[in-house]
Design a protein. Sequence first.
Length: 347
Amino acid sequence: MTQILITGGAGFIGSHTCLVLLEAGHQLVVLDNFANSSPEALKRVARLAGPAAAGRLQVIEGDIRDPADLERAFAAGVAAGAPIQAVIHFAGLKAVGESVAEPLRYWDVNVTGSQQLLAAMVKHGCRTLVFSSSATLYGYPDSVPIPEAAPIRPINPYGHTKAAVERMLADLVASEAGWRIASLRYFNPVGAHPSGCIGEDPNGIPNNLFPFISQVAVGRREQVQVFGGDWPTPDGTGVRDYIHVMDLAEGHLAALEAMLAGGDQLLTLNLGSGQGHSVLEVIEAFAAACGHPIPYVMASRREGDAAITVADPAEAQRQLGWQTRRSLKDICCDGWLWQSSNPNGYG
Ligand code: NAD
Ligand code: WQD
């Protein structure tokens, strides 16, 4: 059993990962300021994990930018009988458009926040980290599927902050021995836990396709706008690599265990399925899952979009023995169960 600090553990990916880690027997301290999440998510994680496992989950409301809050999180591990041995760092801001409007807030939370976290880790002698990076780093890729060696060319402030943190991690690993870091570049995380009890609950109008479709399906919104029907793709709509959030959560467990078992390293891995699906394919798959058509209209292209982004996931398979197991159908069925059982999210 290992004591792990999970920053941003109440969020979409964090909550599903907390459940997988509890089920694997780990002890968790979650540090989250609930800027984009609800404490209810972790209450449900505790319920799903069962009473025995729930005793291994501590939740601390606090901000990764505040050294006093980080101290409280590290102290909580010690108080529970096991100092924190590893960190999974999800906390951050992730909305591309908002990052264009408020770049300083994004640099503050994503970059300064990561720097404060790393300083606290050094102070407490903890040098094992799994970091939430993003495929957004690749910008407009030269070719697909995209390997990890593809050029890093972010095209928005959000992407620049992720690139900056990856740079900071590389500098740290080069500066002293002892670091074991996995930087995971997620493609398009979607879906929900198959119980329908936890899932994605965005604030306001969803920026992303999948939660938008879900809200149309449940009657919260009228229709999906399809951003472009003239892309150079088989049906003219954008193609993405959608990864079930439970596959992603299991990828974190695999990366964490590899870091805990291995020597000094900086491992950078794509987490994706390697399969591309178009906007229209996702709309159709969701309609099949919910049992009624999803109204949509064709609209103009969204600024900053690429035609196709799909992961080359071979390195994650080689390094971690991990690959996605769930299909687009699973994604839509689980996403629909979550949305239909919780039409207003966590409420
Ligand atoms: P999310 O917003 O649901 O979760 C982020 C969590 O961090 C939230 O619970 C939020 O309250 C918390 N948080 C934000 N600022 C904080 C702060 N200053 N201190 C403490 N907690 C703070 O997002 P998510 O989809 O679960 O994403 C998790 C991570 O994965 C993020 O770093 C994101 O950039 C990255 N990522 C997400 C996607 C995606 O499409 N969802 C893709 C690639 C990478
Ligand atoms: C998917 C496809 C759209 C909404 C974003 C971030 C990226 C990463 C994952 C964090 C595209 C189309 C969308 C809609 C549509 N997040 N679309 N109508 O842009 O691939 O990636 O989330 O790291 O950084 O940029 O995801 O879900 O917004 O779009 O037609 O209402 O759906 O044009 O082809 P994207 P998305």
